[in-house]
Design a protein around this ligand. Sequence first.
Ligand SMILES: Cc1ncc(C[n+]2csc(CCOP(=O)(O)OP(=O)(O)O)c2C)c(N)n1
Ligand SMILES: [Mg+2]
Length: 340
Amino acid sequence: MLPDMPRDQRLELLRKMLMIRRAEEHVVRFNEEHEGLIRGHFHIYIGQEATGVGVCAALAREDYVFSTHRNHGHVIAKGGDPGKVLAEVIGRETGYCLGRGGTFHVAAPDLNILHTSAIVGGSTALASGAALAAQVLESDAVTVVFFGDGAMDEGVAYESMNIARLWNLPLIFVMENNYRRAGRVNTDHAADDLPNIPRALNLETVTVNGDDVGQVHGTLKELVRRVRAGEGPFFVEARTHPWPGNDGAHPTLVGGVTDINWAWDPSPVPENVRSWYAEGDCILAYARELADSEGCDRDTVVRVDEEVRREADAAAQFALTSPLPPPEAAVRYAYAGRGE
Ligand SMILES: Cc1ncc(C[n+]2csc(CCOP(=O)(O)OP(=O)(O)O)c2C)c(N)n1
Ligand SMILES: [Mg+2]
């Protein structure tokens, strides 16, 4: 469904989705082409761009976002600078957290992304705290917390949903259901349907097609309005198709980088990713929809992709050529008020 907004704003959503895709392709290439550049594990948001972008486009700058181990996409969706995200991913001084957070913890306080937590479910409690603060301060701010279906195992998620309901917090829980836990097939929850859990706590719950940026945006816009009117909290399940590049021990660019022209001609799509691009790729689906819409065409969509690729390439260069923090500054910022 096309988002209900003028053409230029629709194109802006495409631009953001593509920026996440292109930036994340660089993250995978950092790992594939530069041994040791990313230390330890990392996670990729490819395939879920419609959810992050659709949700964040419904928020104002002062609204809060909390995220997970798959945070790069959420930060870019909220308006983050891809150069600063990529620099943080590889621990550079120019990154959002001055290289101290790394890929698992890209936070951007200037965008009201106060924290991301790689502790599964951890962000739900932090987000409840931010929402309580907004309530106490009588601010208009809405808090959104993104988390995966794996977080529905965690006690902290239940406690957060319960207290949010009891205290009517201005909070929206967004569960991104990719039917996987860190790439592994997910079968071991006792609930038949995960949204039954928030329903049991009397949280109003809605399921959306997380691959459809227009549907996600339309749903969130209405929920954000209702939260501001004091009707929150809410729970959203966004169902997505898991990207096959996340299936292995480390993310890989199975099938190579996405070619926007595959939206109209799937014949060159590599066999091993053909079904995902046909059924699951939210970007190709949105590109097709947009190209057929009034005031837009295929050339416009392809041009936006070219611009985004250039910007993402420059962002990757910025990250790669940025310095690491000096070793003698290792504990700088480790204690409140001791940043210098
Ligand atoms: C409390 C906790 N337990 C286990 C882990 C290890 N771990 C990292 S990601 C992950 C799976 C997360 O699944 P989900 O929440 O569905 O997110 P997805 O990776 O599918 O986006 C696990 C178990 C962790 N980080 N934190
Ligand atoms: Mg999952």
